[in-house]
Design a protein around this ligand. Structure first.
Ligand code: CA
Length: 541
């Protein structure tokens, strides 16, 4: 296949005469007439992609509220522009994984899977057995939009490149960078003002504030009902992982950070131990941590911000309003990372967060891979990527005077989330809206915009430079990770809670380390390091 496409490229340069002399597309002599017609029908650049309509069969999941894709305006426009007619087989997203597996097992293959949701296992295994084809040569020749993106962003290229060096699936990503720090740390500024305290900048000032919240009745009801600090232990966006940074090493839900290309397991480091000692001695023992922080669910947690008398002093959540409500939100402010006893001030950078890499695959049953690649490449043009993800021009967006896509008002009695399902294949669809596209090509939604500004103001200046990227693992690596990691993390998390609540960290530390040893910590970290080294080597390719 590779040589054919190289040949086709030369043919194009040599002009129309040479095209008719091309030896066909490799499907055998009996197809020669058809393939010659195809070669002349196919335009290697520009639109339409084909002069006479060519049909492709694609399988795609669809959301509950979404119409069949053949009725979606965005795809009808694409068909008009390209002359490529897609015969969609839409599967309700709840049944998709099962149906996809059946199709793949039966060998009754469509030309492509769209918004395909292929896992790393599937990309590698179906790539290896030839069910889906490698795409890198097709990208080079027929996908100028995607190629430009991958040239500009080696991190995306490295993310979607399988350990065997092939690209089997195309990326899907809305890179709004809002997940870099999920742990927004909030404090009751109305109480600080009342008590004559300034907004804490150091861990010590923060501890003083919590103590004042507990003992000085800042809500003025004569009862000691204030909750100085509440959180949800080891839960996304609600844990105190960020506060470990005051001791020099932020924690995260995986207990895994990267510095200078080296993977570090946080939960065995001296900084982590020091933080646990502090949280126990200074906070838990003095009653400053809500004991339910280790047991409550989100509903209980969120209710604490909305008690009749204001009772919540400080908490962790990615949006102030969601916890305390819009009225009360004005009483609360965000805290930047607190400066620790030795002057450390850092916040973690969340792991992963790269592109989805299995959002579009071409199968071996496809006799028009070059047409298919040109069709899908339209969706890697940033304006089209935005419309594929959120909805089309004149329905969801209009262009402002700078040509940027800005949101039109929603139809009455429709939420943004619902409307999106009806007019766009959505977030799992192929296409990358890169960070630099937001604000230039397309507007962020208002809530997202606020979050981006808060991150910039409070956290980005203190953020760790590196994270553990969304790496494409070998199946054998994934097997080992899945064997070791869940039990190990469960043990670490249980101990973390115990060390904060009961103390005893110094006494139990050696046993704790020995247990982790036995559970395979070293092997686990070696796998993560090897995979990271491979990813970093790919960046330089
Ligand atoms: Ca009170």
């Amino acid at each position: 296949m590779k040589s054919l496409f190289k040949g086709a490229g030369i043919v194009m340069l040599a002009g129309a005469f040479a095209v008719s002399g091309c030896s066909g597309n490799g499907n055998g002599a009996n197809n020669q007439a058809g393939s010659q017609k195809q070669e002349t029908n196919f335009n290697q650049t520009g639109l339409p992609i084909v002069n006479e309509v060519v049909s492709l069969k694609m399988v795609s999941p669809k959301a509950a509220l979404a119409p069949e894709f053949k009725e979606m305006e965005i795809f009808n426009r694409l068909e008009k522009d390209t002359n490529v007619k897609v015969n969609w087989e839409n599967i309700p997203d709840t049944d998709y994984t099962e149906k996809k597996n059946l199709l793949l097992a039966s060998g009754d293959l469509p030309d492509a899977f769209y918004a395909a949701g292929f896992t790393d296992y599937e990309l590698i295994n179906y790539g290896k057995d030839g069910t889906i084809i490698p795409l890198e040569d097709l990208i080079d020749q027929y996908a100028p939009n995607l190629k430009a993106l991958l040239d500009r962003r080696p991190d995306i290229k490295s993310s979607i490149t399988a350990p065997d060096g092939h690209i089997y699936g195309l990326p899907s990503w809305e890179e709004n960078n809002l997940g870099t720090n999920p742990f927004f740390h909030v404090i009751n500024k109305a109480w600080l003002d009342k008590l004559g305290l300034k907004v804490p900048q150091t861990l010590e000032e923060y501890t003083e504030a919590l103590l004042a919240f507990k003992t000085l009745d800042p809500n003025g009801n004569g009862k000691q009902d204030e909750i100085p600090l509440s959180f949800m232990h080891m839960q996304w966006c609600m844990d105190i992982a960020g506060l470990f940074g005051a001791f020099g090493l932020p924690d995260n839900l995986e207990h895994r950070v990267v510095r200078d290309g080296k993977v570090i397991f946080t939960a065995t480091q001296p900084e982590y131990k020091e933080a646990l000692n502090y949280f126990h001695e200074k906070w838990y023992k003095q009653g400053l941590i809500d004991p339910e922080s280790f047991t409550q669910d989100a509903a209980q947690y969120l209710a604490k911000g909305k008690t009749t008398d204001e009772t919540l002093g400080s908490y962790v959540w990615w949006e102030v309003e969601e916890v305390v409500g819009t009225e009360r939100a004005k009483d609360y402010v965000l805290l930047s990372p607190l400066k620790g006893p030795d002057g450390d001030q850092t916040i973690g950078r969340a792991n992963g967060g790269g592109p989805g890499r299995g959002s579009f695959v071409i199968t071996k049953g496809n006799s028009n891979p070059e047409i298919t690649m040109r069709w899908i490449d339209q969706q890697f043009e940033p304006y089209m990527a935005a419309q594929i993800h959120w909805g089309p021009l004149d329905i969801v967006y209009k262009k402002d005077q700078n040509g940027k896509l800005v949101n039109l008002p929603l139809p009455e009695r429709t939420s943004a989330g619902e409307f999106r399902q009806k007019v766009a294949p959505g977030s799992g669809a192929p296409g990358v809206i890169a960070f630099e596209d937001f604000g230039k090509v397309v507007d962020m939604e208002p809530r997202a915009q606020q979050r981006a500004e808060d991150l910039e103001q409070y956290y980005n200046p203190y953020m760790e430079k590196e994270n553990y990227p969304g790496i494409f693992f070998e199946p054998e690596e994934l097997d080992k990770i899945n064997k070791i990691e869940p039990e190990l993390i469960k043990y670490v998390n249980t101990q973390r809670g115990r060390f904060i609540v009961d103390g005893g960290t110094d006494k139990e530390w050696d046993n704790y380390l020995k247990t982790l040893d036995k559970m395979g910590l070293e092997e686990l970290m070696e796998i993560y390091q090897t995979a990271l080294d491979r990813y970093n080597a790919n960046l330089k390719k």
